[in-house]
Design a protein around this ligand. Sequence first.
Ligand code: KIV
Ligand code: ZN
Length: 523
Amino acid sequence: MANKDRVFIFDTTMRDGEQSPGASMSLEEKIQIARVFDELGIDIIEAGFPIASPGDFEAVTAISKILKKSIPCGLARHSKKDIDRCYEALKHAPRFRIHTFISTSPLHMKYKLNKTPEQVYESIKEHVTYARNLTDDVEWSCEDGTRTDMDYMCKTVELAIKSGAKTINIPDTVGYTVPSEFTKIIQTLLNKVPNIDQAILSTHCHNDLGLAVANSLAGVQAGARQIECTINGIGERAGNAALEEVVMAIRTRNDLMPFETGINTTLLSKASKLVSNVTGFPVQYNKAIVGKNAFAHEAGIHQDGMLKNRNTYEIMTPESVGVKQTSLVMGKHSGRHAFKDKLTSLGYADITDDIIENAFGKFKVLADKKKHIYDEDIIALVDDSLVLDKKANTISLKSLKVFAGTGEPQKADMTLDVDGDIKTTSETGDGPVDAIFKCIKNLYPHDVNLQLYQVHAVTEGTDAQATVSVRIEENGKTTVGQASDTDTLVASANAYLSALNKMIIKRNKTAPMEQEIQKVRGI
Ligand code: KIV
Ligand code: ZN
């Protein structure tokens, strides 16, 4: 079989990943992520659940129009309405996949679906055939697969393939299985399902017991040839198998797992940062592959070994995942041309002139304030410009003065441009950030819950830029704003305004299908 040793990477960051509380992404952010994923070499991108909301539908539609190499995919329950909606969103792509699923475990069939195994069996024939009439690339999943009776699973898989599914996905929906058990499940399917050679087996492992990556790799070693995963392992509850981990494990231990993926691993670090920025979910320092400390060697004995031979303590190079040695870049005399070259070398080859201009302006301001400017500083400036579509903003910061310290109540004086109106106010607060956020509420009255306020330093040193992330929630909808500045308080104000501007856009976009969203999210 031609693709025997190729393992397909199916990314579900924008579907399963987005289902984790607080991880919602705007249309612009999803498009930005999709472009990077396409470049990264992901085979199939599950861009959303089109029936779930107008926003999901819009995102899947937009993504299906822009992908160059990756195949777009949408999720659908066993319902003709779901499948039709999926098809409508995906039909713009030359090739696309419809992913339809139903639960097959006794627990889910009885309590969630209120259906008998016979009814579920019949539903597979009906809905896989229906999807197959819309595309020849149909994936079928038996939800809660790892708690499904094995004989029943074999029967349902056989029927799904007979009805036209080309990919059979075995989800460990609740992160319950262990590698030895998952190996057996995959082997049993390969041995007992008579038409299994007509489909690719896929893994979809959740991380409730911290075993998602191990289970996915066990599945592949047993004969699965597709892994469903997410960048940074984001997803429902404890998340999904982390894409960067499964890919680098296959690459690093190719002696034991002689497979190849189509992933350009040097873009993993960039993809990880982007997903973290957009969702506001920080990557833990010791996270494998993409954590800040993943390639840091602190202990003297390790450093000594590394100097003599890198292999002593390094099983893969930082360069192989796109982590470059921090380099001192330009100073305040560097020109536009050098700045553009630097952006290209940092992987920002195809950004618009507007964004370059915006980032260059900020670079000049930063170069006046900060003696050493590093690659990380430049990346923060560009990401800031990328995430924010300035033209769409209703509110922007004109000026800010903050009085903080011991003794006095902390106070902020702020001027905002609110849709062309220049407004000024002063507020005291329980700390300077509280005073700043109160000023914004005062000048643009609104009622949102602050779910996250987080600061991290972009580089070392007291003159480092701070990147602030803010997540707000209003009627179940969340948005994340981010901003960087050497002044943490200015970054805080801009991050809050960025989240608020996105919320204003979101407010205007949604409304009618709200009940449908609740229903679907409650699956
Ligand atoms: O975890 C799961 O079972 C899923 C399915 C919809 C594939 O995400
Ligand atoms: Zn899942």
